[in-house]
Design a protein around this ligand. Structure first.
Ligand code: E4P
Length: 215
């Protein structure tokens, strides 16, 4: 399973890259705003800065919600760097734009997916990735992991090549469960990845070994 980091923070992206387990980055307009990145020129430069740190795919989201606007923005984003994947919202014009980009060989990540039907449409349109937001479903008392299971079944039934990118992943159990179900990718904060390292028996065992080594 691939690990993507869900942030626009360059220091955290570098830390994750240095850990040696990072396969890519996802961003969204909220994450860019959180880093204080404003204005088209600065936003485009920030995407290039991210691409210079990582060796995997970097999702960059369009702001337009109409077909022509998404095509214009997406083409500009795709030209920035070979690792850019154009992130398109799951709306009617978004599906048209994903189909358009798919025909042109520009990779896409269909975002804001909350149902199996939406994921099926994204795959039919030729999305490279589909992003079901499991944490946001859990937030409204709906089983986010069940959605990953449903999409896995549907994609396997028809051998769709669209990768299931489990998004809105909030904690280490989400990551483990996604791996059990067979998600292709998880995207999450760095804290969820580093939390996988932790076990009290590792800490106490290491403390004991170091103490014994001094004897
Ligand atoms: C993914 O592409 C989204 O940017 C992200 O995972 C959303 O996560 P959140 O629900 O924690 O904001």
């Amino acid at each position: 399973m691939k690990f993507f980091i869900d942030t626009a923070n360059l220091a955290q992206i570098k830390e994750a890259q240095d850990l040696g387990v990072l396969d890519g980055v996802t961003t969204n307009p909220s994450l860019m705003a959180k880093e204080g990145i404003k204005g088209q020129k600065n936003i485009l430069k920030h995407y290039v800065d991210i691409c210079k740190i990582v060796t995997g795919d970097v999702s960059a989201e369009v702001i337009a919600t109409d077909f022509a606007g998404m095509v214009k923005e997406g083409e500009a984003l795709a030209k920035l760097h070979k690792r850019i994947v154009v992130k398109i919202p799951m709306i009617k014009d978004g599906i048209k734009a994903i189909k358009y980009f798919s025909k042109k060989g520009i990779r896409t990540n269909c975002t804001l997916v909350f149902s199996a039907g939406q994921a099926l449409l994204a795959a039919k349109a030729g999305a490279s990735y589909v992003s079901p937001f499991i944490g946001r479903l859990d937030d409204v008392s709906t089983d986010g992991l069940r959605l990953i299971e449903d999409i896995r079944l549907i994609y396997d039934n028809y051998a769709y090549e669209t990768e299931i990118l489990a998004a809105s992943v909030r904690h280490p159990m989400h990551i483990i469960n996604c791996a059990q179900i067979g998600a292709d990718v998880v995207t999450c904060p760095l804290s969820a990845i580093t939390a996988l390292l932790k076990h009290p028996l590792t800490d106490s065992g290491l403390a004991q070994f170091l103490a014994d080594a001094k004897k």
